[in-house]
Design a protein around this ligand. Structure first.
Ligand SMILES: NC(=O)c1ccc[n+]([C@@H]2O[C@H](COP(=O)([O-])OP(=O)(O)OC[C@H]3O[C@@H](n4cnc5c(N)ncnc54)[C@H](O)[C@@H]3O)[C@@H](O)[C@H]2O)c1
Length: 242
């Protein structure tokens, strides 16, 4: 079966789109004919010059910066159809050693950053009476992980946030869903799992997917085919090495 998504004439904002899953999505959405605005703190040389992809250097924890970037995107393209809020950090620190600055920073990026991104795009989506938002949870929201409490807490908070927002904006025909992408080999995964033993653990238990593995599920959630809102879509495991 061939699957085709048509994003022509549509505009996606993807936060954290310079690397990992967000960068794969940016390429996939542009390949489907859409325009992508990447909001990230770091540049992505490999996305430079890719047709349909623009980069806006933005720290999602800075509400004013996010509002300004989205204002520029709407001024340039006249609309915003989709938001995938992927920007996140995952420090590995025991609770007893966690400094207030690190705790606040993790929640400021992973949780507040999603809220500010939603605030920035929603007025335009509400005016258009259409839009799709996807936020990322994580299996760690349910399982927890030693030395990842701030990350797990931020991801756990996003699930009821997304469900609540979905209820608020359903009447405006804006959909808000949450994705559990599975264990995916990205810079964040590599930094959080630096040893061969950790990698072997995930290979054995869930398999390790590629960023490209998540593009189809994300494009589906952004498409009109996905009529659900307030839902979670879970990729439980990767195919692995077989
Ligand atoms: N990779 C996995 O196994 C996995 C599993 C579950 C959930 N997720 C979630 O999927 C999403 C994408 O993760 P990934 O693995 O591709 O991560 P990644 O680290 O490869 O990419 C995250 C991006 O966010 C950017 N970023 C960090 N702080 C930022 C800030 N303050 N403002 C703007 N951008 C910022 C980084 O520069 C990077 O480009 C994240 O929300 C992550 O928590 C990933």
């Amino acid at each position: 079966m061939k699957v085709r998504f048509d994003a022509s004439g549509e505009v996606l904002v993807v936060t954290g789109g310079a690397h990992g899953i967000g960068a794969a999505l940016a390429r996939g959405y542009a390949a489907a004919g859409g325009t992508v605005a990447v909001l990230d703190v770091s540049p992505a040389e490999e996305l430079d010059g890719v047709e349909g992809i623009e980069q806006y250097r933005t720290d999602v924890s800075d509400r004013d910066a996010v509002l300004t970037a989205v204002g520029k995107i709407v001024a340039a393209h006249g609309r915003v159809d989709a938001l995938v809020a992927g920007a996140a950090v995952q420090p590995r620190t025991p609770v007893v050693d966690t400094r207030p600055e690190e705790w606040r920073r993790t929640l400021a990026v992973n949780l507040d950053g999603v809220v500010w991104s939603c605030q920035a795009v929603l007025p335009h989506m509400i005016e258009q009476r259409s839009g799709a938002i996807v936020v990322f949870a994580s299996g760690l929201a349910h399982m927890g992980r030693a030395e990842a409490s701030a990350y797990a807490a931020s991801k756990g908070a996003l699930i009821p946030f997304a469900k609540s927002l979905a209820a608020e904006v359903a009447g405006h025909r804006v959909r808000v869903n949450t994705v559990f992408p599975g264990v995916i080999d990205t810079p964040q995964f590599q930094a959080a799992n630096p040893t061969g033993g950790e990698r072997e653990h995930w290979e054995r238990t869930t398999g390790i997917g590629t960023p490209e593995d998540v593009v189809g599920p994300l494009l589906y959630l952004l498409s009109e085919a996905a009529t659900m809102t307030g839902s979670t879509l879970t990729r439980d495991r990767a195919f692995g090495k077989g």
